[in-house]
Design a protein around this ligand. Structure first.
Ligand SMILES: [Zn+2]
Length: 252
């Protein structure tokens, strides 16, 4: 199973990852990493993919002819294969996906549940699974699915590592449970009832925020120690929108 590096240029970055992510998923591939940067023609997206060799050519053809793609290049790693390059016709752009729609619909619970054994097996190297989940579910179910995956993962981590059985004040619960649990995944600091995450792999500049996973994770990991009914976590600033850190406000 070789890795495939793909670079596409598109006129607009909005919704690009989601739309191409669906194609990637359709051809049995998993997204390993991605990078989205501005380009003179709009946006340049680099993707590193992994999947069955026999479907690679079909995937390349599907990505190269996608209506959002102005130009397309791909390279197999390792092996130093020659990059192939095809210019797709500049077709009409697909309609943008409105991010606010994604809040209204429920999670793809079946898909999240199917993924959980993989998260547990690979923990803490879970980000490729989560990025793949973002693409695998319908755009409207993305945020709720990330949130559910976070809740379930947080609850699992609590049971595995932190089941003290004692009730704690919120600030203590953050310090003794949420902070060390998150530290295994990301670079994080506590500021009062906030957690600041630096360089979140789910919130890359120019892409949609994946902060809903961490909201769910913090809720899941704290639910047994503080009153879960009144516990709520929201992301008040996000690296994906240019903030230096993703900030999670925890209220109780
Ligand atoms: Zn974020």
């Amino acid at each position: 199973m070789a890795e495939l590096e793909v670079r596409v240029v598109s006129a607009r970055r909005e919704g690009l990852l989601i739309e191409l992510g669906r194609v990637i998923n359709e051809y049995g591939h998993v997204l390993v990493r991605q990078r989205l940067v501005p380009d003179v023609q709009g946006a340049c997206l680099t993707l590193v993919l992994r999947g069955p060799d026999e479907r690679q050519l079909a995937l390349e053809a599907a990505l190269g002819s996608h209506p959002r793609v102005i130009s397309f290049e791909c390279m197999r790693t390792p092996g130093g294969a020659m990059p192939s390059s095809t210019a797709a016709p500049v077709a009409e752009l697909a309609p943008l996906i409105q991010p606010e729609l994604s809040l209204a619909v429920g999670a793809d619970a079946a898909r999240v549940e199917r993924m959980l054994p993989n998260l547990a097996k690979d923990y803490p190297r879970i980000f490729p699974w989560l990025i793949n989940l973002e693409y695998a579910v319908a755009a409207e179910a993305r945020d709720a699915s990330l949130h559910l995956a976070g809740r379930r993962t947080g609850a699992w981590v609590y049971k595995r590592d932190f089941a003290f059985g004692a009730r704690l004040a919120l600030n203590d619960a953050i310090k003794r449970i949420a902070l060390p649990a998150l530290r295994v995944l990301v670079s994080v600091e506590q500021h009062g009832d906030q957690l600041h995450v630096r360089g979140c792999p789910l919130c890359q500049p120019g892409s949609l925020s994946g902060g809903r996973f961490f909201c769910g994770f913090i809720e899941g990991v704290l639910a047994e120690s503080v009153d879960a009914v009144t516990l709520s976590v929201r992301e008040s600033s996000c690296h994906s929108q240019g903030a230096p850190t993703c900030v999670f406000d925890i209220t109780h």
